[in-house]
Design a protein around this ligand. Sequence first.
Ligand code: ZN
Length: 424
Amino acid sequence: MNQDKLLKKLFTFIDESPTAFHAVMNLEKILDKEGFTRLEEKDSWEIVKGGKYYVNRNGSALIAFTIPEKDPAGYHMVAAHSDSPCFKLKESPEITVDDAYLKLNVEKYGGMILSTWLDRPLSVAGRVVLKGKDGILTKLVNANRDIALIPNLAIHINKDINKGVEYNPQTDMQPMIGESSAKGNLFKLLAKEAGVEEKEILGTDLFLYNRDQCRLVGIDDAFIAGPRLDDLECVYAGLTAMVNETPKKYINLCAVFDNEEVGSTTKQGAASTFLQDVLFRICAKLGKGGEEYRRMLADSFLISADNAHALHPNHPEKADVTNRPVLNGGIVIKYHGSQRYATDAYSAAVMKDICNRAGVPFQSYANRSDIIGGSTLGNISTAQVSVNTVDIGLAQLAMHSACETAGAKDVGYLTEALRVFYRQ
Ligand code: ZN
């Protein structure tokens, strides 16, 4: 696919995925269109050779897989994450100020750069849960217009604002959503959006999101800027690569986990049994027992795809001395001496061979030895499913900003490399 077409599709996917729930819903639309069968975890599964399937957990995590016609040797897997740092609405969130303004009581979800959320139009999206005729049911909602804004203090009132400010999430980061007379309107709007009565709503997971759309940036259109690039770029590349390849020797699988930004230890996170449960059930349904399951794992490979820090134009000194990935420099293979990244010499060699065969560039990332850095999916997931794993990502700037920047060429490189991986 040419780059313009790929980026257009990626931008639409990210723009229409303000929360992990929406990202998974949009992935399901792709899978449904491609003829995948939806499996429910509570049902008995029927899995046949040559079949294409997906499983959803919690509405915010998803595992899709395709089975080869011949007996599979193992699993070829890509993992990425659906969530991004943002603000979550607390219960009873409405607060009035001096009988003039209405604001929302929110708390941090993950570790974001707080200042980037100031002075930009925001909206609210997520899920509402209610009692339906046949039990508890979930509906996705998206206010989908500019309804909130977190205003900075003026420089005249906060003279030191350009000297570095410590933002207090409880006092500085609460968004204004209208005049005090608008009290109650948000939940009316969300109920209308869900097509239910407000009083029917029994639970909510609602988040603020940045209304910016993804776009090309640079005199040469070399970069892309937008919200949630970490990790929806890798999610999109992983899933579309998988649906476009026919499995041969291995079961191809793409896992999209939720809650990476808050440590992955939820039932739908990378530390959960979700992946293990699905792998085991696939084996069982193909008539394979415990020993064959473990034999298959020994011949499996996981590419954990989560964005990486690029060399910063204003702070080159923050990058490692010899491992300095750049935007548009290709797939970043991540290394960490203490194994916070799962990459080792073997898995790096496998990944480089894949890149070489795909004809795409690769580069390496390591933290400076005096910076701790972040964590990702690979080593968390391998605690449950122990297979050879490489941690990779696409180079980006301003990770966890409300608006992140990445290279326009890199998502195409990743898609090509993952297609080669899934083609094996
Ligand atoms: Zn990430």
